[in-house]
Design a protein around this ligand. Structure first.
Ligand SMILES: [Zn+2]
Ligand SMILES: [Zn+2]
Length: 317
C-alpha cells in the first residue's frame, strides 16, 4: 500500500505492507488524516519512533470480527492497552505500561491507506460530521481532557498560552465553561480565529504578572512552559500540553515558592468531542489551512511546519 514512512527521514512509499489485524482489531481504510504537531516532532526524533506516523484519522471499517461494524465510518482512540495491567483494569488504559500508541509508539499510524486498531478503540461517527471535521475528534478530545482534569469555575481567570491548533481547540472548549479566558499568542492571523468567536486574545504578555488561577501551556515550546510558570498565581494550576523532541533545564524554584500545581495533559474523551462537532459548538472550518493527497505528503509536512499554517489534511487521493 501507499504510506508515508519515517525512518530517520520521511519518505513516500508505494510498497508498504497492508497491516494484518489482530484477533481483536479491525482493518480500517483511511479516508482522511490530519497532520498534528506531534507528527512534526516525530520527524525531529520525538519518541524515537520509526514507521508510519499519523493518529488524527477517520476511515471506513473494511474487515472485522464484529460484522455489524464493517462498512461503518469511524474515528479511533490512539492508545492501545494490554487489557491486563493495573492501569488497564482501572480505566487508565491510556497509561498502560505496555501500551502502543497509533503512529507514535510501536504501532503504524494513519498516513497510509490502511491501519488496524482494536475494536474497543473505535467510535462510529454520525453522518452529519464530514471527514475534514472528523479528523479533529482526537485533538479536540485532548482539549476536553483539560476540563476532566481541573474543575474550571466561571469566576476563574484562565490563560492559554499558544495560538497553534491545539490552543485554538482548547480555547473553544474552555470558553464553554464560562470562565474568564484570555489566549496569548504570537500570530495575529491565528488569534483572529478566536477573536471572531468572541474570545479575548492578546499578543503582549507581561511576563511577571502572577494573576491567573489556571494557565494552560499549548505553546509547543519549552520557553512557553517557562512563560506559563511566570504568570500562574500562588497556589494556581499550570496544565502542560507541550511535548517536544528537545530537552531543556527549567528552574522549578518558583513552583515550590508559589505552591503551584502542575498537571500534564494528553489524550482525552472522544464522546464530548464528537458531540461538540455534531452540535457545531466548536468552529473547525477556520482551523483548516489546506488538504493534500497522500502522494504529496512530504510537501504537506513541509507546508504544515510553516508559521501561520493551521491544520493540514491528507486524503488518499
Ligand atoms: Zn495529535
Ligand atoms: Zn495494560
Amino acid at each position: 500500500m501507499r504510506a508515508l514512512v519515517f525512518d530517520n527521514d520521511l519518505s513516500y512509499r508505494t510498497d508498504y505492507p497492508v497491516p494484518i489485524p489482530a484477533e481483536d482489531e479491525a482493518l480500517i481504510r483511511v479516508t482522511a488524516v490530519g497532520i498534528c504537531n506531534t507528527d512534526l516532532e516525530i520527524t525531529k526524533g520525538y519518541m524515537g519512533f520509526n514507521g508510519v506516523p499519523g493518529h488524527e484519522f477517520v476511515g471506513i471499517v473494511e474487515e472485522c470480527k464484529k460484522k455489524d461494524l464493517e462498512g461503518t465510518r469511524v474515528v479511533g482512540e490512539i492508545n492501545i492497552g494490554c487489557g491486563r495491567c493495573r492501569y488497564c483494569r482501572n480505566s487508565m488504559r491510556n497509561h498502560c505500561t505496555n501500551r502502543s500508541v497509533l503512529g507514535i509508539l510501536n504501532k503504524d499510524g494513519a498516513f497510509a491507506e490502511y491501519i488496524t486498531l482494536p475494536v474497543r478503540n473505535l467510535h462510529i461517527l454520525p453522518d452529519s460530521i464530514p471527514d475534514e471535521k472528523a479528523v479533529f475528534v482526537e485533538p479536540l478530545a485532548a482539549a476536553f481532557e483539560i476540563t476532566e482534569q481541573v474543575d474550571i469555575k466561571d469566576s476563574d481567570m484562565v490563560c492559554i498560552l499558544g495560538d497553534g491548533k491545539l490552543a485554538l481547540l482548547a480555547a473553544q472548549v474552555l470558553a464553554l465553561t464560562g470562565c474568564k479566558l484570555i489566549v496569548f499568542g504570537k500570530h495575529k492571523n491565528k488569534l483572529s480565529v478566536l477573536k471572531n468567536l468572541g474570545i479575548e486574545t492578546g499578543i503582549d504578555l507581561s511576563p511577571d504578572e502572577r494573576r491567573f488561577d489556571i494557565v494552560i501551556d499549548c505553546t509547543g515550546s519549552l520557553s512557553g512552559i517557562v512563560s506559563a510558570l511566570n504568570i500562574v498565581r500562588p497556589r494556581g494550576t499550570l496544565i502542560i500540553k507541550t511535548t517536544t523532541a528537545g530537552r531543556s533545564k527549567i528552574d522549578l524554584n518558583s513552583v515550590v515558592i508559589n505552591e503551584i500545581t502542575i498537571t500534564g495533559s494528553r489524550c482525552g474523551p472522544f464522546e464530548p468531542a464528537i458531540k461538540s462537532i455534531e452540535s457545531k459548538t466548536v468552529d473547525l472550518t477556520s482551523l483548516i489551512s489546506d488538504s493534500f493527497p497522500l502522494k504529496d505528503g512530504i510537501e504537506a509536512f513541509k507546508y504544515a511546519s510553516k508559521p501561520g499554517v493551521l491544520k493540514i489534511i491528507l486524503t488518499p487521493n
